[in-house]
Ligand binder design. Structure first.
Ligand code: ACO
Length: 333
């Protein structure tokens, strides 16, 4: 098996910003409640008519430029999302076409907010086995289009964005050192868009009842999140043969500052090693980790050889963790 790592990152968020003050005019809420319960101050929202593929494309061209890889070199394009352009075709096909990735296979993968880590695990297998050389993985969401803007308990939480990473072979012993993935479909109804699929196909009634929007049992998801974030991080570290003391940077899923703080405390990792941007973006689901990772790279917070721990939870229910030994050098020749 070859060692596989990230050799380029890129991210994109739409320019329109929705602040807590804006939300105060839309639903019965206030900045103080949102800030203390979630840590979120603002989120970016895609304009009407702007689909997910546009965000994916923007993040992808930045990641390809960062990796100095041309679209023609891509063997596979993957999009991780719960807010695709269409039920089908896959958004990854649309993005690959726009990029001009003519040789690439393309598919979408859905694992809620854990999507990016599921995608990194899946995409890297193709390279580890020698089947492919270059894989583009994109975690992206336009959750603003799935939110019930009259439901104050959910509409304050989510934002739109996309983060991309180029995967290639890296020096032996670098790159992804472990993946820890899990799922519990028994908790699926805690976080769900119930309408529009084959269980409840779209009808005038499903639309009137807002079944095409996000339904969430917030406090149940919260308890699950705090438990699973800590457990998954510990398992991912153990699989990599490392301990919490070895972690240079923790990139957790950005759902809620209280979930991040509680998980970090349980793990016993110093808060100055934790990337937090939930205040500026809200919960971008599958885009959350790759956007935070890209910002950390561009801020000079990740160096060659650093141990980066990523951990997420999400709809499914799903969870995922990964330990990455940072290596910028891609496949030569
Ligand atoms: N503004 C003001 N009051 C509000 C708001 C709001 N926006 N939303 C809810 N409230 C009220 C509730 O109605 C309730 O009032 P009541 O006591 O009179 O009934 C009160 O505030 C407390 O509500 P709770 O839901 O108990 O508040 P809690 O402290 O649990 O915080 C929150 C809610 C922020 C949603 C929290 O439960 C949470 O973060 N859960 C995890 C959610 C999450 O991470 N989801 C994403 C999963 S990942 C994915 O795949 C998309």
């Amino acid at each position: 098996m070859y060692s596989v790592g990230i050799v380029g990152t890129g991210s994109y968020v739409p320019e329109d910003v929705l602040t807590n003050a804006d939300l105060e005019k839309m639903v019965d809420t206030n900045d103080e409640w949102i800030t203390t319960r979630t840590g979120i101050k603002e989120r970016h929202i895609a304009k009407e008519g702007v689909p997910l593929s546009e965000l994916c494309y923007q993040a992808a061209i930045r990641a390809l430029a960062d990796a100095q890889v041309s679209p023609e070199e891509l063997d596979l394009v993957m999009v991780m999302t719960v807010s695709a352009d269409y039920a089908f075709p896959a958004t990854a096909c649309i993005v690959a076409d726009r990029l001009g990735a003519k040789r690439a296979a393309a598919f979408d993968l859905e694992a809620g907010c854990s999507g990016f880590l599921y995608g990194a695990a899946t995409g890297s297998q193709f390279i580890a086995t020698g089947m492919y050389r270059t894989v583009l993985i994109i975690g992206a969401e336009t959750l603003s289009k799935l939110v019930n803007w009259e439901d104050r308990s959910t509409c304050i939480l989510f934002g739109d964005g996309a983060g991309a990473a180029v995967l290639q072979r890296v020096d032996e012993g670098y790159g992804f050192l472990s993946f820890e993935l899990g799922a519990d479909g028994g908790g699926g109804e805690l976080l769900i868009v119930p309408g529009g699929g084959s269980a409840h196909p779209a009808t005038a009634e499903t639309v009137a009842n807002k079944l095409h929007t996000i339904h969430m049992a917030g406090s149940e998801v919260y308890k699950f999140a705090v438990r699973v974030m800590g457990e998954t991080a510990v398992k991912a570290l153990a699989k990599a043969g490392l301990a919490k003391e070895n972690v240079d940077l923790l990139v957790p899923h950005q759902a809620n500052i209280r979930i991040i703080d509680a998980s970090v405390k349980r793990l016993g990792i110093s808060p100055d090693k934790v990337i937090v941007n939930v205040d500026r973006y809200g919960n971008m689901s599958a885009a959350s980790i790759p956007v935070a990772l890209d910002e950390a790279v561009r801020a000079g917070r990740i160096h060659y050889g650093d141990i980066v721990l990523m951990v997420a939870f999400g709809a499914g229910l799903t969870w995922g963790g990964s330990v990455l030994k940072w290596a910028r050098k891609g496949l030569q020749g």
